[in-house]
Design a protein around this ligand. Structure first.
Ligand SMILES: N[C@@H](CCC(=O)N[C@@H](CS)C(=O)NCC(=O)O)C(=O)O
Length: 270
């Protein structure tokens, strides 16, 4: 049986895993969820295989989770672990995991990924109609209807769990702008990739974890649906355009255009 990838469909950590599985040609079946409802998908394998670890920004039952079907390593519960699994299957060379690229991945997957998520939640959570569209474009109609009914509760839960306050969202915005300035500076010598002259985990990680603040569209390569820049709440589109105008923003879009193999499960039409 093909591995099962349990996701919060629009999430950037999930895009990181999906990108690697698609790129390295691993067959899998995605089981998409909306936030909070994902526990119905992740708790059974998490308990069964006694895996999963909470960290500052996620629970023990966070996504992505990959049920591999391999008795020696049946459940992978972290995006970088899933990239490792995919890269090993696809025979990625050592340059994909150079020490420098690995350190950058750890950095992007830590506070940076939490900052991009917090800011996007800050933009989107007040917009009930947008959340409904996101649900119907991400998961089955019955799950989306349940998400719509539960939106007030899920919104409260996310705000308190992920500390989506105006002050911390503002701090996240400042951090993201600083990160983009640093990456733009790194690219200013004309290099095509963040480390060396090959695509590595650093490029994949930075592009995937930045995609939600840049609003990368499915036709630009994102493996799920995100609101269009002129459709989402104003702050979302304006900030995305500001970032797209930087060298780091152009780099993210180029990584999706050149290095993102088509996703196995295309985004839904509504
Ligand atoms: N370190 C984890 C973080 C993943 C993460 O934060 N996942 C979020 C989606 S954006 C999640 O599933 N949150 C729900 C939860 O923690 O239960 C990874 O890289 O896989």
């Amino acid at each position: 049986m093909a591995p099962r990838l349990i996701t919060i469909r629009p999430s950037h950590y999930n895009e990181k895993a999906r990108w690697a599985l698609d790129r390295f040609g691993v067959e899998y079946v995605e089981e998409p969820w909306m936030p909070a409802l994902h526990f119905a998908g992740t708790i059974p394998p998490g308990l069964r295989y006694r895996r999963g670890q909470a960290d500052r920004g996620s629970s023990r039952f966070s996504t992505p989770m990959l049920v591999t079907g391999d008795p020696s390593d049946p459940l992978l519960t972290d995006s970088t672990e899933i990239v490792r699994f995919a890269a090993a299957q696809g025979g990625a060379g050592d340059s994909f995991w150079s020490p420098e690229a690995t350190v950058l991945d750890r950095h992007f997957s830590g506070r940076y990924g939490a900052d991009t998520r917090r800011l996007v939640y800050h933009f989107l959570l007040p917009d009930t109609a947008m959340l409904a569209e996101l649900a119907f474009r991400s998961v089955s109609p019955s799950q989306a209807r349940m998400f719509v009914r539960l939106t007030p509760v899920v919104r409260k839960l996310l705000i308190s769990r992920l500390k989506v306050t105006p002050e911390l969202a503002e701090r996240a915005r400042t951090n993201i702008v600083a990160e983009f300035a640093q990456i733009s500076e790194r690219l200013s010598d004309g290099r095509r990739y963040l480390v060396g002259d090959h695509f590595s985990i650093a490029d994949l990680s930075f592009a995937a974890l930045s995609a939600i603040v840049i609003g990368v569209q499915p036709e630009e390569g994102y493996g799920a649906w995100l609101p269009a820049l002129d459709q989402g709440p104003p702050g979302y589109g304006e900030f995305a355009k500001q970032l797209r105008a930087t060298a780091a923003g152009a780099f993210v879009l180029r990584m999706f255009a050149d290095e993102r193999t088509a996703p196995r499960t295309p985004p839904r039409t509504w």
